[in-house]
Design a protein around this ligand. Structure first.
Ligand SMILES: Cc1cc2nc3c(=O)[nH]c(=O)nc-3n(C[C@H](O)[C@H](O)[C@H](O)COP(=O)(O)OP(=O)(O)OC[C@H]3O[C@@H](n4cnc5c(N)ncnc54)[C@H](O)[C@@H]3O)c2cc1C
Length: 330
């Protein structure tokens, strides 16, 4: 049992101030944080509880923007009628994540900021090399067990898969996060979550004391006509083997793809926008052969290893299946 100081913030500004002290972590729903503390990966000296802060859990949809407060619970967002209507892929990504109990506790910002499930990262016993947990120690997964590891965005230092579902849908539809603190700013989710390079321990754009307060997604036709397909080893309560967030805008007769959005989950070190697939679909007939040919581009540049090469076949199929299903949607 390791002692830590528990602070209950009474506003976003005091939380950011308290959070800037070295060794401090924010606690939202706690479903990742407490888990990582139990396995010894996270060892904060201080925890600032932000889970109850007023005004940071709103859900609003207007003509231009879907706005979700950082502390909105996953289950509430997944079930919200306006989100289901304006942004089905967001609702579906959340409703297929974790379990009902976790979704009732966990927040959307905590979901985006969750850390990898790589078993070597989560093994703090001292027996597993991991550059993400202990920079410079190496990566045991590269020549170890890596069936569920990434094939895209990897480096010689890290092949850990980004585990979340929501961020995949957010990246597909150009979502941003609002950050409060000394450098208040708005950042695209795609830029907010980083690739490992030679510093896999730096996973996102936040510095201590910075708080995510909201997620915003521009309203668009592809967002309204979107879906999230998740394929996994078992039907529920499991992370993605491969997933796809897709959205399309079709011509009025439904025959031509005017606009397409595609992002992949479960196969990359961060949510993976597949722009080559989008470009190959734009202006093309909505046709199975076209869609399958374009979907093959989803894994361009992949670096599979001995046990995860199946993802190079699986991921394009998941993208194609998600897109073909759009035809059945109004
Ligand atoms: C058994 C299990 C299965 C799961 N399966 C899935 C799955 O299939 N798909 C999926 O997507 N997820 C899955 N998850 C992950 C789960 O969704 C996350 O644990 C949860 O979303 C994290 O949210 P939280 O509010 O509990 O975050 P916390 O645990 O409180 O925080 C997570 C991290 O985010 C930071 N943080 C939180 N909020 C903020 C903020 N506003 N600003 C700055 N930093 C912040 C914390 O400091 C911490 O580092 C699973 C979890 C478990 C335990």
């Amino acid at each position: 049992m390791r002692a830590f100081a528990y602070l209950r913030a009474d506003g976003a500004d005091p939380a950011a101030r308290d959070g800037s002290v070295a060794g401090t972590r924010f606690l939202a729903g706690g479903t990742t944080m407490l888990d990582l503390m139990k396995c010894g990966v996270e060892r904060p000296a201080r925890m600032v509880d932000i889970g109850h802060l007023d005004g940071l859990d709103g859900i609003e949809v207007d003509a231009g923007t879907v706005r979700i407060g950082a502390l909105a619970r996953m289950s509430r967002v997944a079930d919200h009628p306006d989100i289901r209507r304006a942004a089905p892929a967001l609702a579906e990504s959340l409703s297929q994540a974790a379990s009902p109990q976790v979704r009732n506790m966990a927040t959307v910002a905590g979901n985006v900021l969750q850390r990898t499930r790589c078993a070597y990262f989560r093994d703090a016993s001292g027996n597993a090399r991991c550059n993400k947990r202990l920079p410079g120690s190496g990566c045991a997964a590269i020549d170890g067990i890596h069936r569920n590891h990434a094939i895209l965005g990897t480096s010689d230092a890290c092949i850990a898969t980004y585990p979340g579902d929501l961020a995949v849908a957010l990246v597909a539809f150009d979502a941003t996060v609002r950050i409060e603190g000394p450098r208040a700013r708005t950042v695209r989710v795609e830029d907010f979550l980083r690739m490992p390079g030679d510093r896999p321990d730096i996973e996102h754009d936040l510095v201590p004391g910075e708080l995510v307060t909201a997620i915003e997604v521009p309203v668009s036709v592809p967002l309204r006509r979107s879906r999230y397909l998740k394929v996994r080893d078992r039907a529920s309560y499991e992370f993605a083997a491969a997933s796809a967030a897709v959205g399309v805008e079709l011509s009025p007769d439904g025959g031509t793809i005017w606009e397409a959005r595609v992002a992949l989950g479960g196969v990359a070190t961060r949510p993976w926008r597949a722009r080559a697939v989008e470009a190959a679909l734009r202006g093309q007939p909505f046709d199975e052969a076209v869609i399958r040919r374009a979907s093959a581009l989803a894994v361009a540049g992949a670096r599979p290893l001995a046990q995860n090469a199946h993802k190079t076949i699986l991921a394009p199929r998941v993208v194609a299946r998600a897109l073909l299903d759009m035809e059945a949607r109004p």
